[in-house]
Design a binder for this molecule. Sequence first.
Ligand code: F6R
Length: 579
Amino acid sequence: MCGIACVAGDSNSAKYCYEALSQLEYRGYDSAGIAGIIEREIEIFKKEGRVKNIQSFADEFKAELVISHTRWATHGKPSDINSHPHLSNDKKIAIVHNGIIENYKDIKKHCQSQGVVFASDTDSECISQLISIEQGNILEKVKAATSMLKGSYALGILSLEDNAIVACAKESPLYIAKTTNGNMVASDVICFNGIASEYYAVKQNEYVLITKDEIIVYTKDFEKKKVQYLSLDSLNINVDLAGNKYYMLKEIKEIPKVINKIASTTEQINSKVLKLFEGKKTIKIIGCGTAYHASMYGAKVLQDALRVPCDACVASEFIYANNIIDSKTLCIFVSQSGETADTLSAQKLCKQSGAKTLAITNVEYSALAKVCDEYLSVYAGREIAVASTKAYIAQILIFYLLAKKLKGESFDLKPLEKSAKQMIKIDEELVNYVTKENKIFYLGRQLDYVSALEAALKLKEITYKGAEGYAAGELKHGTIALIEDNTLVIVFATDEAIIDKTLSGLQEVKARGAKIVLVSYKKYKTKDADYFIEVPKLDKELSCILSILPLQLLAFKVCIKLNLNPDKPRNLAKSVTVE
Ligand code: F6R
């Protein structure tokens, strides 16, 4: 969370930073700010709210060295004062920070003991204050200060005395590039799209000095380091809206194309990947949010395929669960961004315990892809909307293919691609009904339960409605008390082996006055359902993929009816880089 962008260029650097921040807004949009050197002083403008609030300032601000930030609040509420950049008391150092400083209270006390007065409630401010009271040149000061920090950081540091920007990072992504807009530092290579051909990912213990003329990477002993820049060409970082008003709709519409791409790249599940599964006694599949739901799907299909215990685990819980992990465990990590801090911490733990690790991610240059033994791309293409749609489908499809390959079975994804095109539609009457409701239940068993959880998450995160995914058989053990006349219950029923039981659950809520949406095959259409969403009949593992598509669209359309922004829901960020 939080995005930083810094430019050392011509007098339009603030404008370039603003353009970069607009690309980084997916990382948080609680506030935005900009700082630059004007007439031998650091000048700062920062505002609570969206990046657009600083646009007119950025347009007029004629500094050549500029640092900037878009915030997802952790310490200190969203406000002007808690926005970045943070300025040191002596007004010589300004910083922008992505990450969390866990020992900020100790650092604050240390600075206060030397007379420093703090302006904000943030953890980040302690960094600018600490750097300013350290001794030496700017690199020495930054090294001394960062060596005291516990936690994670990607930093852009503006030094008045050195007329330079310094950047460094630990456990938070940070990239540098020589661009047509000047020398740049940013939290995501997306900011270099169309203005650079190469990038470099800053590593821990490196210090980068950025001026108008050059970018120099130093080792921790301040020796100049020759680094290998990588080509941006192969990275799919184009973020065109393709004529759509919102990324979420564009990304849902792209799902058939993503299925096609995955079908044409199955060779990535090669013998090296399949070997990871050999002799394993347990498989743990770990992720957060939507990626956790994909992990649930993965655990079910892999357990069926291998008859080896497979567990889906929430990454933030996994770390503290005292799990039994050893060299006979395979740990699979699912993450769209590949930068989720909880997931990365879980990976570290598994690696230390001797397990082999496999990443399933959408970002091939991400931290997760780098640290795991093997890596599978989900080939979804850049996903910008905060609510994950196409990446979720791609993740579960990768599990489907893994299971098929492990069983040595053939597969054909053409029918899935064809049916997916037909499934991206939703009854407008149902959209209107949901728009008026505040409490919606989603039920299913087994893979349909995974769909129920994911469909409910989509609705709640972008419409703020109370939506609950429930195991169809579990509702009667308490939660059924919430069902009253006209409560909307959406029932997923695509597993024919257990469909009778699922439909009994439908009857139980119907008997209590619920309005029913049934998501199932044509032959199960019933008058008991007020709305029916027909799912084409494929393998049950594929039909359940299809069943989620209209519900993703439903969440989107309800969001639009409510005049909300589906791409930037409140309180959320696309990339959660803090634990
Ligand atoms: C929901 C959503 C989140 C993410 C979660 C993990 O639509 O997108 O729940 O799935 O924050 O993010 P990644 O997949 O980047 O690790």
